[in-house]
Design a protein around this ligand. Structure first.
Ligand code: SF4
Ligand code: SF4
Ligand code: SF4
Length: 169
């Protein structure tokens, strides 16, 4: 019974992850995350863009509503636990996805996400009788999340690719 709160926290984390399908932290060893993370908060303190916050039972997690990941590796550098992969590995496989709440699907002209995307992964496709529709080039998208908080209808999420999410085309 004494372990119940810990187990509950972990279950809440995994439940949330299944729902959001979003990454926890860049370079993190996902399978060992809840076992190795002591919730010390060092990554939260040192993230230059301040996008890491404690959530779901205290485990740190990036929140793209707060800003973008610059892939600076600070969170990994300051972590005292063997929780992160080397910087030479990919940070994550996460990619942006656009939902049907995008203004363009309602024929309202908006290009905010495209303007925020440094690697130019978002392009706008002209369509007859409609405003230009955003398209994400998943090969160029780094999953940085810069497009998330800029979207006026919160239409963009950053998802792990294996569980999928449809893009607006
Ligand atoms: S890599 Fe840098 S910007 Fe990205 S979450 Fe870690 S500390 Fe923050
Ligand atoms: S910023 Fe949001 S509403 Fe505007 S085009 Fe991009 S996804 Fe659509
Ligand atoms: S997550 Fe970053 S790279 Fe991907 S579409 Fe958004 S701004 Fe561009």
């Amino acid at each position: 019974m004494s372990h119940a709160p810990v187990n509950l926290s972990r279950r809440q984390l995994f439940t949330r992850r299944k729902m959001t399908d979003s990454p926890a932290l860049p370079w993190v060893k996902e399978a060992q995350f809840t076992d190795l993370c002591t919730q010390c908060g060092e990554c939260v303190k040192h993230c230059p863009t301040q996008i890491i916050r404690a959530s779901d039972g205290g485990f740190p997690r990036v929140d793209f509503q707060l800003g973008e990941c610059t892939f600076c590796y600070q969170c990994a550098d300051v972590c005292p636990e063997p929780l992160f992969l080397p910087k030479t590995e990919p940070a994550w496989q996460a990619k942006a996805a656009i939902s049907a709440s995008c203004l363009a699907t309602q024929n309202v002209d908006c290009r905010s996400c495209g303007d925020s995307c440094e690697p130019f992964a978002i392009s706008f496709k002209l369509a007859v009788g409609k405003v230009a529709q955003p398209q994400i080039d998943l090969n160029s998208c780094t999953g940085c999340g810069a497009c998330v908080s800029i979207c006026p209808t919160s239409a963009i999420s950053i998802n792990q690719p294996q569980l999928g999410s449809a893009n607006v085309t």
